[in-house]
Design a binder for this molecule. Structure first.
Ligand SMILES: [Zn+2]
Length: 56
């Protein structure tokens, strides 16, 4: 539990790209993070039943 390694591929971490082993893995994680961030408001934007309910 001293050196967890790159969270993407498990290789030894490069101090330059901490906590990743390379820029490639850093980009992979960044895109995963962005996908998660933008997925939430995107799906929320599709469902706006709040105002319809008030009409009932
Ligand atoms: Zn990696």
């Amino acid at each position: 539990m001293s050196k967890p390694g790159c969270p993407i591929c498990g290789k030894p971490v490069d101090p330059t790209y901490r906590p990743f082993c390379s820029k490639r893995c850093a980009d992979v994680d960044l895109q995963r993070w962005l996908a998660g961030v933008y997925a939430v408001p995107a799906s929320e934007d599709e469902s706006l039943p709040d105002k319809d309910q008030a009409e009932d």
